[in-house]
Design a binder for this molecule. Structure first.
Ligand code: CAA
Length: 240
């Protein structure tokens, strides 16, 4: 049996590593994206993973997008809520647009997408949801009141949904990556990034595959007991 997986933001960065890991392990993968058509086309050409374009911050778009995926690949067994953006600014300079964009894409998306798949998972008595949080949701971060709020809220969402779903074979977990070598982290001003790396005990950025391997286990049939938890993968930068 080949299980069906949706990875939001699945054509770039951590999401691309997650989509690729699932595809290599024999899953049927749908990678969603919103903005970068060229990156999505290149990703599909390189990996063979199908991409689906819709805005995960928009509930109606998610309804339509997930229906398209189900029509092509079948009912969804696994959802990885990975899509995320940054709009970093000190709060005294942050615009309402910067706040709402981050909350929409990073947090509302988790509701919008999980809501599409949860009923089917409960009915079939199998499901795995993996939510990508962040070290910055656990610790806070300068310039990220919006991002830290969204990523912290994901941890609460994960706990609540895990409790609701535990008796139905649906396991829900979060991963809190540290600083991973992606375009998002490389967009941090170089002098600031240098300061951040100096504080990581392993002394280097993580790799997207470090997160993909964790997601693959949490979503697998082998995971029968881990649920409601947040798994940190951060080179010991923050110990929970
Ligand atoms: N850690 C430590 N110090 C920081 C910092 C950080 N993350 N961000 C900013 N600072 C410091 C700067 O070094 C600077 O210090 P000095 O005055 O001593 O030089 C001070 O705060 C002011 O910073 P700027 O001069 O850069 O001020 P600005 O208004 O031009 O920009 C900012 C502010 C938008 C917050 C910018 O500094 C920035 O982008 N910082 C990085 C924020 C960050 O870490 N984002 C994480 C993105 S990666 C991610 O989110 C993925 C994940 O999940 C881990």
């Amino acid at each position: 049996m080949s299980r069906v997986v949706i990875v939001t933001g699945g054509t770039r960065g951590i999401g691309a590593a997650i989509s690729t890991a699932f595809a290599k392990a024999g899953y049927k993968v749908a990678a969603t994206y919103h903005g970068n058509d060229q990156a999505a086309a290149e990703f599909t050409a390189q990996t063979g993973v199908q991409h689906f374009k819709f805005d995960v911050s928009d509930f109606a778009a998610c309804e339509q997008g997930v229906a398209n995926i189900v029509a092509k690949l079948g009912p969804v067994d696994i959802l990885v809520n990975n899509a995320g953006i940054t709009r970093d600014a000190f709060l005294h300079k942050m615009t309402a647009a910067q706040w709402h964009e981050v909350i929409g894409t990073n947090l509302n998306s988790v509701f919008n997408m999980s809501r599409q798949v949860i009923e089917g998972m409960r009915t079939r008595e199998f499901g795995r949801i993996v939510n990508i949080s962040s070290i910055n949701g656990q610790t806070g971060q300068v310039g990220q009141a919006n991002y830290s709020a969204a990523k912290a809220a994901i941890i609460g969402f994960t706990k609540a949904l895990a409790l609701e779903s535990a008796s139905k074979g649906v396991l829900v977990n979060a991963i809190a990556p540290g600083y991973i070598d992606t375009d998002m982290v490389r967009a941090v001003p170089p002098d600031v990034l240098e300061k951040i790396i100096a504080k990581i005990p392993v002394k280097h950025l993580g790799h997207a595959d470090d997160i993909a391997r964790m997601a693959l286990f949490l979503a697998s049939d082998d995971n029968k007991f881990a649920t409601g938890a947040t798994f940190t993968v951060n080179g010991a930068q923050y110990l929970t």
